[in-house]
Design a protein around this ligand. Structure first.
Ligand SMILES: C[S@@+](CC[C@H](N)C(=O)[O-])C[C@H]1O[C@@H](n2cnc3c(N)ncnc32)[C@H](O)[C@@H]1O
Length: 390
């Protein structure tokens, strides 16, 4: 269950996007500079916070629960896995920091090794445009129809689970008509702060968009927590959940009778052009790594479709791939490093081959000769309004 943390209001200055150094300093405060649970208002202006101004994410942050702060020694631009590589430290798909001495972008050290992984805002920002380009527009019309037919509503209440820095809201809010109140859920107070301050102000028709944040574990949501919800959304979340957690989520959504738009779940398939004999083996190893600790990884979207169907919802699936060409080289590099890194962590015997593979792939990328498609799936589940099956 989540705990109310902070209510935000629009307007005011937007802080620059802090980096991982500041992340490590965050403790229990829901928003830096505010008291936990105080409901203290924070400035929530819009312009300039997240460059690109669209939604996004990268494929496959699942599996490993441990994280670290600094770049992994030996993970230079040409050496994939040095002697300082820390087993279990990779957030698959997120990729390690790029070059020796560069600022860490996706790997953050936790005080407690049992703490869940934390996602660097730089990583979420990097993937946001590719996510936006991949999202399934075809699921929007059925969703709009459902929202428009909700009885007695002057506006909608949307819960964004695992909101990160809020890319889902930046993409979806301006595509829906009518007043919207977004309730942003995440366990990371630092990301919640970003999400709050960079949320959109206006709906498609100019209606007001407001936002509040709730810090907590979205894997334990109950129908009560979703009381009054018009829609549940999530983006790049399902593959880091277990089957039980997804079933809990499906039960909560269907129990509350609200639709769910659960986007950008990894499909476990990637296409690299030109192809290489090691592609399939690395894909398999990466997918196995994602399934560590009972997480669903590439099986998540199937599990979610089954769970929502079993709870009586009507489920639609639609592809939402990243199509990465020369314009997305920075994202491709991070993804590639994380993908190969996780695969080797899963199958250490691949290390020598994978090191050469990564070096050559990065060289091809730098030369503009590598294209990557990372397949994802978006899911829309329509429950019967008022709870139960549709
Ligand atoms: C891959 S990021 C995606 C963030 C954002 N939805 C996006 O698309 O950019 C996953 C997010 O889910 C959050 N998260 C993962 N598991 C969670 C849980 N059990 N409870 C709350 N938040 C969780 C993480 O903190 C992170 O912000």
């Amino acid at each position: 269950m989540t705990n109310p943390a902070t209510t935000t209001q629009q307007g005011g200055a937007i802080p620059a996007q802090p980096g991982p150094r500041e992340v490590t300093g965050v403790t229990d405060s829901a928003v830096p500079g505010t008291k936990p649970g105080s409901g203290q208002a924070i400035a929530a202006g819009v312009q300039g916070v997240v460059s690109g101004g669209q939604s996004g994410r990268i494929g496959g942050e699942s599996a490993a629960r441990s994280t670290e702060h600094a770049a992994v020694p030996g993970l230079g631009s040409s050496v994939a896995f040095g002697p300082g590589h820390v087993p279990g430290a990779v957030i698959p798909g997120a990729g390690p920091s790029g070059k020796p001495g560069s600022r860490p972008t996706v790997k953050l050290r936790e005080a407690d090794p049992d703490d869940p992984p934390r996602y660097a805002p730089e990583w979420l920002e990097l993937r946001e445009p590719a996510d936006a380009a991949g999202r399934a527009h075809d699921l929007l019309d059925p969703l709009r129809i459902r929202l428009a037919n909700m009885p007695g509503k002057s506006g909608v209440v949307i819960h964004d689970l695992g909101c990160g820095t809020g890319s889902m809201g930046r993409w979806l809010a301006p595509r829906l008509d009518g007043a919207q109140h977004w309730i942003l859920h995440d366990r990371d107070p630092y990301l919640l702060h970003f999400a709050a301050v960079s949320s959109p102000r206006s709906a498609a028709d100019g209606s007001r968009v407001t936002v509040e944040t709730r810090r907590g574990d979205v894997a334990r949501l109950t129908p009560d927590a979703l009381q009054g919800a018009s829609l549940v959304t999530a983006s790049a979340l399902l593959d880091v959940l277990t089957r039980e957690e997804i079933d809990t989520l499906a039960a909560a959504c269907t129990g509350a009778g609200c639709p769910a738009l659960l986007t950008l779940s990894v499909a476990g398939r990637v296409e690299l052009t030109p192809s290489h004999p090691l592609d399939a083996e690395l894909t398999q190893a990466f997918n196995d790594h994602q399934r560590r600790d009972g997480l669903l990884g590439p099986d998540a979207v199937t599990a979610a479709a089954e769970a929502f169907s079993e709870h009586g919802a009507t489920v639609r699936l639609h592809p939402s791939p990243w199509r990465l060409g020369p314009e997305q080289a920075a994202l491709t590099e991070q993804w590639l490093r994380g993908w190969v890194g996780a695969a080797v962590e899963e199958r250490p015997e691949l290390r020598a081959e994978a090191d050469v593979y990564l070096t050559n792939r990065l060289a091809a990328l730098a030369a503009g000769e590598l294209r990557v498609t990372v397949h994802h799936v978006d899911l829309l589940a329509l429950s019967r309004p008022g709870g139960g099956a549709s």
